[in-house]
Ligand binder design. Structure first.
Ligand SMILES: *[C@@H]1O[C@H](CO)[C@@H](O)[C@H](O)[C@H]1NC(C)=O
Ligand SMILES: *[C@@H]1O[C@H](CO)[C@@H](O)[C@H](O)[C@H]1NC(C)=O
Ligand SMILES: *[C@@H]1O[C@H](CO)[C@@H](O)[C@H](O)[C@H]1NC(C)=O
Ligand SMILES: *[C@@H]1O[C@H](CO)[C@@H](O)[C@H](O)[C@H]1NC(C)=O
Ligand SMILES: *[C@@H]1O[C@H](CO)[C@@H](O)[C@H](O)[C@H]1NC(C)=O
Ligand SMILES: *[C@@H]1O[C@H](CO)[C@@H](O)[C@H](O)[C@H]1NC(C)=O
Ligand SMILES: *[C@@H]1O[C@H](CO)[C@@H](O)[C@H](O)[C@H]1NC(C)=O
Ligand SMILES: *[C@@H]1O[C@H](CO)[C@@H](O)[C@H](O)[C@H]1NC(C)=O
Length: 315
């Protein structure tokens, strides 16, 4: 009779274990799909708060290079009259140029591409004296969609423009699809250096910045690419040039190309920091933990039942 009970108990245990396994893995797979957005929003907050701190102090906006050159002489003059030997280097560090503002996130839609990102450029340009200097520039979040290529099922692009009518600034982003995988293929930027943005730049200067993709923004079909952290991409003047002339730093990216015109919102996100291997470990741990809890619970219940039934017999 006791052996019989033990058998039913262990059978129950095995069935429950199998059941919990199935339920758990299903729950987890749905979590990795749907839950990613909420989870990413949290990550979003975390990185955006941390992203505001590490702005470099060395290169402010191009304007600051002008302002420092116009402000520095009087201040160093006054310090040199006060104490010419010691304090001069200290004073120069206190006049720190205000950091260039962080780029703000923009959202752009076309019938086949939906794009959300904040982008900042850091590139070299020719100054008035003929020297080359570094400039930082944020792509405005109110840039407008000029056009896009949506007919092709292998290559699509989105073309954004901004700036005054006479000197349009632009960014083109190309996407390729092959083997059910979408990938960024290139970014092409055309800037006319306006005197209000780059007061020290040589006049009528245009800069072309190209990034040939290294497989960035890779995502399976019918999913959107999501990446909150900053990604820095090298830029050259032409597609084949080797010499770097700058970087584009993109953050808070969510992008999806090869969409249907009637799709609404982004498809399920594929995050840049989630790989298959990192998914397997938490799932396995979760299942093992659930199984352990169930084993303990059932053995406790079985033991209790046995002791109570024995208690009845003794009476
Ligand atoms: C821009 O690039 C220069 C040169 O590498 C670097 O010193 C500077 O810190 C960069 N500025 C920003 C804001 O990233
Ligand atoms: C250009 O750079 C050289 C070397 O760094 C420097 O001596 C010269 O003063 C610079 N010229 C201007 C106009 O800034
Ligand atoms: C975009 O924003 C800038 C400043 O935030 C403003 O000067 C400009 O007029 C805006 N452009 C458009 C097209 O709204
Ligand atoms: C597509 O997949 C096939 C077979 O898996 C492979 O041979 C081919 O190189 C892939 N093409 C690209 C562009 O990745
Ligand atoms: C810049 O362009 C303006 C208008 O096109 C022209 O009047 C001016 O001479 C140009 N400046 C230089 C240095 O080429
Ligand atoms: C970008 O440029 C840096 C500096 O030249 C280089 O070390 C790095 O490998 C480049 N990255 C890519 C993806 O080409
Ligand atoms: C969207 O359009 C495609 C054909 O263009 C159609 O097959 C699909 O059912 C449509 N989806 C919705 C949700 O209307
Ligand atoms: C883009 O489209 C989505 C839904 O299709 C909508 O929620 C969003 O507001 C649109 N954004 C812009 C800037 O039009």
């Amino acid at each position: 009779m006791f052996a019989n009970k033990l058998l039913t108990c262990s059978a129950l245990l095995i069935i429950l274990l199998l059941l919990s396994n199935a339920v758990f893995s299903q729950k987890l797979s749905s979590l990795t799909n749907v839950g990613s957005d909420a989870f990413l929003e949290q990550a979003n907050l975390l990185t955006s708060s941390s992203a505001t701190t590490p702005t470099s102090s060395t290169t402010g906006k191009p304007i600051t290079t002008k302002s420092t050159s116009s402000i520095t002489p009087p201040s160093t003059k006054t310090t040199s009259t006060e104490s010419p030997t010691t304090t001069a280097p200290v004073i120069t560090t206190t006049i720190s140029p205000q950091p260039y503002p962080e780029p703000s996130v923009g959202t752009w839609n076309t019938s086949c591409i939906m794009l959300q990102m904040a982008a900042q450029l850091n590139f070299t340009y020719e100054a008035k004296g003929g020297n080359f200097t570094n400039g930082v520039y944020n792509i405005p979040n109110n840039a407008s969609v000029e056009d896009s290529e949506c007919k092709s099922q292998t290559t699509q692009f989105i073309h954004l423009i901004w700036g005054p009518e006479t000197s349009k600034q632009s960014i083109l982003m190309y996407f390729d699809k092959s083997n059910d995988t979408t990938v960024l293929s290139s970014i092409q930027i055309h800037l006319t250096l306006l005197s209000e943005d780059f007061p020290d730049a040589k006049e009528n200067q245009t800069v072309q910045l190209i990034h040939k993709s290294d497989g960035e923004f890779k995502t399976p079909e019918k999913m959107s690419y999501h990446c909150t952290r900053v990604q820095k991409m090298n830029m050259t003047e032409t597609l084949d040039a080797k010499q770097l002339i700058g970087w584009i730093s993109v953050s808070h990216v969510q992008v999806e190309a090869f969409r249907m015109a009637n799709d609404t919102g982004f498809s399920v996100g594929h995050d840049c920091d989630s790989s298959e291997t990192s998914d397997v470990v938490p799932i396995a741990v979760g299942i093992a933990l659930a199984a352990l809890i169930l084993v303990v619970l059932i053995s406790y219940l079985c033991a209790r039942r046995r002791s109570t039934s024995r208690g009845y017999m003794s009476f």
